[in-house]
Design a protein around this ligand. Structure first.
Ligand code: ZN
Ligand code: ZN
Length: 213
């Protein structure tokens, strides 16, 4: 897998600091599980974050915090964020959300052959898997906030470039685009947004509330 489009430094810093909404964290964790370059960069940001914490003055903690820490002693460590690669189309962080690989995804049609599955993430953003038939386009749209799209299978092109497996497109309010899945293999991506999209045409606009896009 040759990855050409990577995460930005601000995204990885926010992830390392635990400041991203869960939907965006899922995209970062999934890309990092596929990309050695971003995994190394993230380790650097985490080391810097740890050094900053070490240098900060100690903050007072509540009795509850001490009790909670004592209660956890002797219990197994929580699972690490980046888990080893599992076999299949979906990388490990996503398989944990779906409860398995693509065959476990509960797809729902959103028209023109495109299917989506909304993933259960916390407030501040929403994450979905999209299945776009080869050669099919997604309606022309703009963004009110940030949209991260990570390709898991196949590829798509839009007004900016071509995005293949492992690539992340970072779309902001400045970008309007019409993603089109390449001919050949159906495209499966993970997309996260923190605001509703702006569709140019009436039909997708009317359908938006039903599909929570
Ligand atoms: Zn990368
Ligand atoms: Zn978009």
């Amino acid at each position: 897998m040759t990855i050409r489009h990577h995460l930005s430094d601000p995204l990885m810093m926010a992830y390392a600091a635990g400041e991203l909404p869960e939907a965006f964290s899922l995209v970062v964790a999934t890309h990092v599980s596929l990309c050695n370059e971003c995994r190394a960069a993230l380790a650097g940001f985490e080391a810097v974050g740890g050094a900053v914490l070490d240098a900060s003055p100690a903050a007072g903690i509540s009795d509850h915090c001490l009790q909670a820490t004592l209660a956890r002693l002797g219990q197994p460590d929580p699972a690490p964020v980046v888990t080893p690669r599992k076999r299949g189309t979906l990388p490990s962080p996503l398989q944990d959300y779906v409860g398995g690989d693509v065959d476990r995804v509960k797809w729902r049609s959103i028209g023109m052959g495109v299917r989506q599955a909304i993933l259960p993430t916390g407030p501040g953003g929403s994450a979905r898997l999209l299945h776009i038939p080869a050669g099919q386009s997604v309606p022309d749209h703009g963004h009110r906030g940030l949209e991260l799209t990570l390709v898991l299978q196949g590829a798509f092109r839009d007004d900016c470039d071509r995005f293949g497996p492992g690539d992340v497109e970072i779309a902001t309010e400045a970008l309007d685009h019409t993603p089109v899945a390449e001919a050949g293999q159906d495209c499966i991506c993970l997309a996260a947004t923190d605001a509703r999209l702006r569709f140019k045409n009436l039909i997708p606009r009317l359908a938006q509330p039903f599909f929570r896009i």
